[in-house]
Design a binder for this molecule. Structure first.
Ligand SMILES: [Zn+2]
Length: 136
């Protein structure tokens, strides 16, 4: 991941979306606003990210802690993570979340939602109708 670039990764995903869908959704994720302060790392625009992602804040919060291997606390719209975490690692994890829990694997549209079927949770795409199981 040395040449990781948040924008190009998301752009690449968006490029694969047929025009009509991508225009309809006009989905753009804000750049994570990260501030390293002493021995903690603050994700300042967490609530803004969540509202664009349209996912459960607790789920994203847990995911970030697990993936970054640290504990955190929430304060208003921000997340305070223990340790000094390079901003690009946080971006990487956000992109992982987007790929895992938001983008449709068939058409790459971000217009998806979780649906429950028996005991499995599926990610259902509103654009093409595809579903795939996700682990929450
Ligand atoms: Zn789709």
């Amino acid at each position: 991941m040395s040449d990781f670039d948040y924008e190009s990764l998301l752009d690449r995903a968006r490029d694969k979306i047929p025009d009509d869908i991508s225009n309809r959704s006009r989905w753009k994720l804000p750049e994570p606003d990260v501030l390293i302060e002493g021995s903690q790392t603050i994700l300042r625009n967490f609530s803004e990210l969540i509202s664009m992602m349209d996912r459960d804040a607790d789920h994203v919060y847990q995911f970030l802690q697990n993936e970054l291997g640290t504990s955190a606390s929430r304060e208003k719209g921000r997340i305070l993570l223990k340790g000094r975490i390079p901003p690009r690692r946080i971006k990487e994890k956000i992109v992982s979340y987007v790929k895992m829990y938001i983008l449709c694997q068939q058409c790459n549209a971000p217009d998806t939602s979780f649906i429950k079927e028996d005991r499995t949770t599926l990610l259902k795409c509103q654009a093409c109708g595809a579903t795939r199981p996700v682990k929450l």
